[in-house]
Ligand binder design. Structure first.
Ligand code: NAD
Ligand code: UDP
Ligand code: UDP
Length: 323
């Protein structure tokens, strides 16, 4: 610990204590904005650091008048000086600059003695040869593939975090997040849940890549946020898989979207992208045992909550970002 100041991180969730000062990088994004809502309602002071690359002011606008909320337009690739207790590092351009941003936020954590949580990803497992994936599995990533910039960037971010932990004593937490969906998700970022939901709402065919038999496990955003907060407050470095073990093929997902939005929604097959992982499902035994965490919201329960948000944003009644 560099300073004698309390990191506050050791106080269990739900107990009364003085509010913490918390930075959320990427806090104007999909996951970040939901995390900010929880932290603010818990009584903490939150500084969002975001360059609005994929995030939107609308996602956090409802906090603008709150004196415990602050927002800085800043690219984490540039150094940043702040005094805080905890850093949730979510900002992540899918480019090599991801690594520089993580390095800066670790430097910040080291200087002020803050606890640092990295939002890593299930993509560190690549196209996995073990199923379901356990945290001890080292993964199967093609280092020169089309997806490798993101995957290897996060793998390097994990390496940096562990080096700062071992070498500089930074209190680090690592979450490996599996596919997450919910209100405020980017509508046009090409991810499968947002694509299918937007397509079905717009009466366009749902685009299934390849034969649609590849699988993913979809987690509702509030489950993820609960997991991230438990991880930050707990005593374990991780890495921890945070995901919903319910596994679906893309054709099954399309069927759930049909059931939820429009039974007549059509499916259109498209060629798949290179290096697309064939299957993915988290083993969450470690998070269950050590964090007392498991997801509560199934795909069939969570999807309608996302659909009403997308409906409002696509057909426009200017309520973007509300959930
Ligand atoms: P998002 O794109 O909605 O949020 C990322 C935020 O970071 C955005 O607000 C963006 O503007 C901001 N940002 C990007 N580059 C920045 C930079 N250089 N400086 C400052 N801000 C910057 O994405 P999300 O889905 O909310 O993801 C949040 C984190 O969780 C990311 O690190 C992502 O890799 C990780 N993750 C998400 C998922 C998922 O399914 N959503 C799965 C695995 C991992
Ligand atoms: N850094 C930062 N804010 C801080 C402290 C450091 O952005 O409060 C950046 C710093 O500019 C550097 C990186 O974090 O690029 C790593 O910092 P560290 O002190 O670990 O490394 P050093 O500067 O000694 O190479
Ligand atoms: N996918 C699809 N149709 C789409 C978008 C994606 O069938 O319109 C497939 C994609 O090929 C992959 C899966 O859905 O097999 C999940 O893709 P996404 O980009 O959402 O997540 P990731 O591949 O990063 O897990």
């Amino acid at each position: 610990m560099v300073s004698g100041r309390s990191t506050g991180g050791k106080i269990p969730l739900g107990l009364k204590r003085k509010g913490l000062r918390i930075v959320v990088t990427g806090g104007a994004g999909f996951v970040g904005s939901h995390l900010v809502d929880r932290l603010i309602s818990r009584g903490d002071s939150v500084i969002v650091v975001d360059n609005f690359f994929t995030g939107r002011k609308e996602n956090v606008m409802h906090h603008f008048k709150n004196p415990r909320f602050e927002m800085i337009r800043h690219d984490v690739v540039e150094p940043l000086l702040l005094e805080v207790d905890q850093i949730y590092h979510l900002a992540c351009p899918a480019s090599p600059t991801n690594v520089v941003g993580t390095l800066n936020m670790l430097g910040l954590a080291k200087r002020v003695g803050a606890r640092f949580l990295l939002t890593s990803t299930s993509e560190v497992y690549g196209d996995p040869l073990q199923h379901p994936q356990v945290e001890t599995y080292w993964g199967n990533v093609n280092p020169i593939g089309v997806r490798s910039c993101y995957d290897e960037g996060k793998r390097t971010a994990e390496t940096l975090a562990m080096d700062y932990h071992r070498g500089a004593g930074v209190e680090v937490r690592i979450a490996r997040i599996f596919n997450t969906y919910g209100p405020r998700m980017c509508i046009d970022d090409g991810r499968v849940v947002s694509n299918f939901v937007a397509q079905a709402l717009r009466k366009e065919p749902m685009t299934v890549y390849g034969d649609g038999k590849q699988t993913r496990s979809f987690q509702y955003v509030s489950d993820l946020v609960e997991g991230l907060m438990r991880l930050m407050e707990g005593e374990h470095v991780g890495p921890f898989n945070l995901g919903n073990p319910g596994e679906f093929t893309m054709l099954e997902l399309a069927q759930v979207v049909q059931e939820t939005i429009d039974p007549n929604a059509k499916i259109e097959f498209r060629p798949n992208t290179e290096d697309d992982p064939h299957k993915r499902k988290p083993d969450i035994t470690k998070a269950k045992d050590l964090l007392g965490w498991e997801p509560k919201i199934s795909l069939r329960k969570g999807l309608p909550l996302m659909v009403s948000d997308f409906q409002q944003r696509i057909f426009g009644d200017h309520k973007e970002g509300s959930s």
